[in-house]
Write a protein of this length. Structure first.
Length: 92
């Protein structure tokens, strides 16, 4: 590597990190919100699920790997307002 290669590579990495969007504090539900989401999932027949996070537009909760008691696995979007189901897609 040239005399300037390593410093330039380091600056490029720092620049990339500086541009990366910081994680939002409200990205994942906590407390009462998480309890409400989990109750809504159980009411719909789901027995387990993976990560729950807020969608980019902030209008929905995304639920990964939601498993029904019959074995079906889905990705869900629930409204942040009243937790109604916006979409359900089979998760492979």
């Amino acid at each position: 590597m040239t005399k300037f290669g390593l410093p330039i590579a380091a600056l490029s990495l720092l620049g990339t990190l500086a541009v990366a969007a910081p994680a939002r504090a409200d990205e994942h539900p906590s407390g009462d919100t998480r309890t409400r989401i989990e109750a809504a999932l159980q009411d719909r027949g789901f027995e387990s699920w993976g990560e729950i996070e807020r969608s980019d537009d902030g209008r929905a909760w995304k639920v990964d790997d939601a498993r029904l008691r019959n074995g079906g696995k889905y990705e869900l979007r629930l409204s942040t307002d009243d937790l109604h189901e916006i979409s359900r897609h089979v998760d492979d």
